[in-house]
Each structure stands twice: as structure tokens, then as C-alpha cells.
Design a protein around this ligand. Structure first.
Ligand SMILES: [Fe+2]
Length: 235
């Protein structure tokens, strides 16, 4: 499997709800009604050969995939178990705020990591439709790349994402900036993602975030981006 189809994500129905309680609130409703079930999210298979991403070590790619992406999916499932069992009428706001915030963080971490990894592999060029849209909306491919990479380098002292995003509101592509997993363009579809969290590069590049940005941009595989753009822009 080489393509992440985010629009057709398959959700298996839930396993039995966790018995853990938050302040005694979880499980109180279960005595009266059947335990609710939350969705279970599946870890996608690694969509690239970690030995064939030029300039990136197999070690960091596997670590990133297993610890950060897989960790986000597992965390999301755990949060889902907690939410499914919560007594919404009695739960304190700090419990609701905490769980819903972490649900969004884990969901976007899962989705954005899938886009990031789907853009790695054997290097190629974007298809004509995406290439023409990039040229239309940024002036040229070079101009787009310059903006995308500079935004990544600008995040190098901290962390976050740079996202080539299709904005259906205006039917155009933009490079959006995110300082954490929750900052994405409303209604936008991420087409290509650059992970600027230290776990994505520190093992290979130390603090040299700019070298990592250059390496990743030389290793982009556009096949998934072409498909994501075609789906997002078809209406
Ligand atoms: Fe990451």
C-alpha cells in the first residue's frame, strides 16, 4: 500500500471500553445503558522503503514512524475509550477540556504524519495538474519551494508543520504555518507536509534544521500529493 486515502479512512468499531476511571466519572453510565463504543483508528503500513529516502537514515525514519506516528494513533484510541465512557452531564470542564484538546492533538498528529510520510520515498516530480496549480498560485515552482523551505527553516528554532494546503474557500493552494498539531487552515486539505518537530531530524542533523529541510525537499515523492490534490480540488 503506497497511498494514504484520508477520505476513505476505515474505522473499525470499538473494542470493549476501558474500565479506567477519571475521578470516578467514567463507567457510571455503564450500569444503566450498554457501554458506548468509540472508533478505533488503525496504524497505516509504512508507505515507503526507509532505506530509499535519500539523505535520511533508516534509524530516524523508523523511530519517527514507530514512536511518534504510531504513538499518536495509540494515544487517540486510548482517548477515544475515555471519551466513550465519560458521563458528559457530570464531567468537570477541566476533564472535558483536557480530553477534547488531546483528542484534537492526537488526531491531527496522526493525519499530518500520514501526509508527511506519504510524501517520502523515491524522488519524483509533481504531476501536471498539481504543478500547474502551484505555478498559478505561487508564481512558479521555484517560488513555491522557496517559500515552503523558508517557512520550515523559520520553524527550526521551535517546532511545528509547514503544509502545502488546498484551500477550498478560495480554490487555491497556500503554504500554511503551524506551531503545533492543532493549527491548520479551516477547511483546508494538506497536500504535502514538512514535519519540523525535532524528533523528525535531531538524530540525523542535530540542531541543523536547515540541512534537514534541504534534504527532505530533495527526497519528495509527489505521487500521494497528486492524488490528494485531485480529490480536494475536484468540486
Ligand atoms: Fe513527527
Amino acid at each position: 500500500m503506497t497511498d494514504f486515502d484520508l477520505n476513505r479512512r476505515s474505522l473499525m468499531r470499538a473494542v470493549p471500553v476501558a474500565t479506567a476511571a477519571i475521578g470516578g466519572l467514567i463507567g457510571t453510565a455503564q450500569a444503566q445503558t450498554a457501554a458506548p463504543k468509540g472508533p478505533v483508528y488503525a496504524v497505516k503500513p509504512m508507505p515507503f522503503d526507509p532505506q530509499k529516502v535519500k539523505g535520511m537514515s533508516e534509524k530516524i525514519l523508523i523511530s519517527h514512524y514507530q514512536n511518534n506516528y504510531t504513538g499518536a494513533v495509540k494515544r487517540l484510541n486510548s482517548i477515544g475509550d475515555q471519551l466513550a465512557s465519560l458521563d458528559w452531564e457530570k464531567a468537570p470542564v477541566f476533564v472535558i477540556n483536557g480530553l477534547k484538546r488531546e483528542e484534537l492533538v492526537a488526531t491531527n498528529s496522526m493525519i499530518l504524519h500520514e501526509v508527511y510520510f506519504a510524501g517520502l520515498g523515491e524522488t519524483n516530480q509533481p504531476g501536471s495538474a498539481l504543478a500547474e496549480a502551484i505555478a498559478r498560485d505561487f508564481g512558479s515552482m521555484d517560488r513555491w519551494r522557496s517559500e515552503f523551505m523558508a517557512t520550515g527553516r523559520a520553524l527550526g528554532g521551535g517546532s511545528g508543520w509547514v503544509l502545502l494546503t488546498y484551500n477550498p474557500h478560495d480554490k487555491r493552494l497556500v503554504n500554511s504555518w503551524a506551531a503545533d498539531h492543532t493549527m491548520t487552515l479551516a477547511g483546508g486539505t494538506p497536500i504535502l507536509a514538512l514535519d519540523m518537530f525535532e524528533h523528525a531530524y535531531q538524530m540525523d542533523f542535530g540542531a541543523k534544521a536547515a540541512d534537514y529541510v534541504s534534504t527532505i525537499m530533495a527526497a519528495v515523492n509527489w505521487s500521494n500529493a497528486d492524488k490528494a490534490f485531485a480529490r480536494a480540488s475536484k468540486d
